[in-house]
Write a protein that binds this ligand. Structure first.
Ligand code: IYR
Length: 222
């Protein structure tokens, strides 16, 4: 059993109360502008921006600090095409056969359908994999803890980072997503978690008129 090693946390910053209030308000105002978009421009984005956002995602807290995630950044048009074709096949089955009526009703306000052109248009598809367990170099398995929670948190950081860098995203979850492991040749300990489509929005992009719940609906102070 390895012993913990503690170092002084000298990166923490405390702000005067007024500044703290302002920072919280500014952050909320900026996050409120984020919208999931479904039409992307094909304009290229420097890879270095994606790299820094991924570095930020990699700072996320995770169960036992196991960092059970892997990000495959797809910009190759041939691979994007393969992903689009496989995703659309699943989505066709979903929208026309598999999805229960109640699910389709829940999705109706978003105007989604089985066509996923953005999977080819957007400059980047960041395919996020969750590592259900780790693999030692001798092939033995390492148990991972709180995998979905950890990968979900890292994904949130990534979405936030891309947004504040000035990019738009779409969290896309074709179901089932096993085809991503095949196309991207991922090891058996990983399962696709979601595809984060990233890039500039298409000109004059339109988004569904939806609202977010008010604070008193999402939080209770006792
Ligand atoms: N995976 C499908 C359906 C879908 C499901 C949910 I829940 C959404 O919030 C949006 C879409 C699709 O991507 O179209």
């Amino acid at each position: 059993m390895s012993k913990p090693v503690f170092v002084l946390h000298n990166q923490y910053r405390q702000y005067p109360l007024e500044e703290m209030q302002q920072r919280a308000a500014d952050f909320y105002a900026d996050m409120k502008r984020r919208r999931t978009i479904r039409e992307f421009s094909s304009r290229t984005v420097p890879r270095t921006i994606i790299e820094d956002c991924l570095r930020a995602a990699g700072t996320a807290p995770s169960g036992a600090n196991q960092q059970p995630w892997h990000f495959v950044v797809v910009s190759d048009p041939a691979i994007k095409k393969q992903i689009r074709e496989a995703a659309e096949e699943e989505e066709q089955a979903f929208y026309n056969e598999r999805a229960p009526e109640t699910w389709l009703e829940a999705l109706a306000p978003l105007g989604t359908d089985e066509n996923k052109p953005f999977l080819e248009t957007a400059p980047y598809l960041i395919v996020i994999f969750a590592q259900n367990y780790g693999l030692r170099s001798d092939g033995s398995k390492v148990k991972h803890y709180y995998v979905s929670e950890s990968v979900g948190i890292a994904t949130g950081v990534l979405i936030t980072g891309l947004h504040q860098a000035g990019l738009a995203t779409l969290t896309h979850t074709p179901s089932p997503m096993n085809f991503l492991s095949t196309i991207l040749n991922r090891p058996s300990n990983e399962r696709a978690f979601l595809i984060l489509v990233a890039g500039y929005p298409a000109d004059e992009v339109r988004v569904p008129q939806i609202t977010k719940k008010a604070l008193d609906e999402i939080a209770t102070f006792i």
